[in-house]
Design a protein around this ligand. Sequence first.
Ligand SMILES: C[S@@+](CC[C@H](N)C(=O)[O-])C[C@H]1O[C@@H](n2cnc3c(N)ncnc32)[C@H](O)[C@@H]1O
Length: 293
Amino acid sequence: MEYSFPHYLLSKQSVDDRALNKDVLAALTASLPEEPLTITEVGGGIGTMLARLLRWEVISQAEYTLVDESDETIRFASSWLPGWAGENGLETEESDPNELRIFDSRRDVRVKLVRADIFDFIAQQPEPADLLIAHSFLDLLPMPESLPKLLSLTKNLAWLTLNLDGVTALEPVVNADLDTRIERLYHETMDTRPSGGDSLSGRHLFGHLKQAGAEIEMAGASDWVVYPVNGAYPADEAYFLKFILHFFEESLGNHPELDPAVFADWLGKRSQQVERGELVYIAHQIDFLARIG
Ligand SMILES: C[S@@+](CC[C@H](N)C(=O)[O-])C[C@H]1O[C@@H](n2cnc3c(N)ncnc32)[C@H](O)[C@@H]1O
């Protein structure tokens, strides 16, 4: 199987659509200032959150800056977003591969795709936006020291979504002891990554946001719950699950506490569960809407 990170982000869309906490989203919608808005999304990947906000009619007039350090995701975004817009009845104008306008008679969003490490981007002191979005991103960063820097990107609101909170569960059980050990070791690899990361980022953000001077307007669970319906996964979620197993393989492939043959057998059994439409995957996560200042 070919593992493509942009394909993983595409397959994640339907899982995220279900997961995002709708009370937190309603609070965001109620709090947004009058349009046109300025929005900065950090670690924005291929632009699926922008597509979602248009699809869900959360925004219609905005200047949207998407920052991601990966050349691959930024290049993918610059071709995927116009394609998505066309399929959804919107027009696109491109003044540059990384600057586009997506519009129709009701909606008009000017998009800037920036390939940069987020801290280099912040160091340039960009104008703070009305809204900062960090989706599936904060649990990858060193905390709490990253938070004040990130919050400098907004004048007012921050919507911080899908922050992992210490539970990664796979059903049905393959081997209870081994399953528990693999979950623990998987979280440990996140907690000890040199670039930062926290498998308990969800619960820790309550304290970190307060310490950074932000007020939590609303928080709620945004768990990923992936399961087969009549023996088959919706949309492209079988690919999503295979990619999650690939993350396990990449992070724990040479772990001293795991016998390579036992781990390979475990991965094989989990992969077969996906192919048979049996695997259920749950990751507990938390969304926040925070107000700054
Ligand atoms: C888990 S992905 C989420 C992408 C997107 N938010 C989504 O959910 O579809 C995390 C993204 O953060 C980007 N990233 C990681 N570290 C970064 C950094 N220091 N600065 C900017 N982007 C970063 C990665 O390239 C990746 O696209």
